[in-house]
Design a protein around this ligand. Structure first.
Ligand code: GTP
Ligand code: MG
Length: 170
């Protein structure tokens, strides 16, 4: 009886957990963004950006509010590490794809890595947010220009949105 009530309690009152993959090529700013989110939502707990090194493997951060639990999985973007990404697709609910908007020489790599992600059968239902990062830099292009570089509309029918910003500024 107790376990039945316990299960019912959990069912009614437990928060929904969403798992969000943070992907993008190396140095796009994924970990910096995640630490910034953490410092905003968990009040000062994020790592300062000068203490963040390249990710080898996985960073997991949990951010929770009154209604929802978000679990972020931040993966390393170096070419040799991208084979690990797909191990997490099956359990992911959404994708945040980070692009260094100030580094035009990486756009082609960012585009083909993103296309590979979106082609994967385990992610067909996953909504996509593209974070056009490093807008604080003078060379940064705006999201409209990035959109033109990526040609996503022609490739994939899923709804996606762009957010332009800086992981430094929040
Ligand atoms: N100017 C500027 N630099 C940034 C911003 N976000 C990240 N950086 C810098 O970009 C570099 C890479 O940042 P990371 O967060 O380590 O990038 P990453 O995508 O996690 O890289 P990997 O873990 O190697 O895949 C670091 O030198 C950061 O300080 C930003 O918004 N503006
Ligand atoms: Mg990283």
């Amino acid at each position: 009886m107790f376990s039945l009530l316990h299960g019912l309690w959990n069912h009614v009152f437990s928060k929904t957990e969403f798992r969000v993959l943070i992907l993008g090529v190396h140095k796009a700013g994924k970990t910096t963004l995640l630490e910034k989110l953490k410092s905003i939502y968990l009040k000062g707990e994020g790592l300062p950006h000068d203490r963040i090194g390249p990710t080898v493997g996985l960073n997991i951060r949990r951010i929770e509010d009154a209604n929802v639990k978000l679990v972020f999985w931040d993966l390393g973007g170096q070419p040799g590490l991208r084979t690990i990404w797909e191990k997490y697709y099956d359990e992911a609910h959404a994708i945040v794809y980070v692009i260094d908007s100030a580094s035009a020489s990486t756009f082609e790599d960012a585009k083909s890595a993103l296309e590979k992600v979106l082609r994967h059968e385990d992610l067909q239902e996953a909504p996509l947010l593209i974070f056009a990062n490093k807008q604080d830099l003078p060379a940064a292009v705006r999201e409209e220009e990035l959109d033109r570089h990526l040609h996503l509309k022609e490739f994939d029918e899923r709804p996606y949105m762009f957010v332009a910003g800086s992981a430094f500024d929040g």
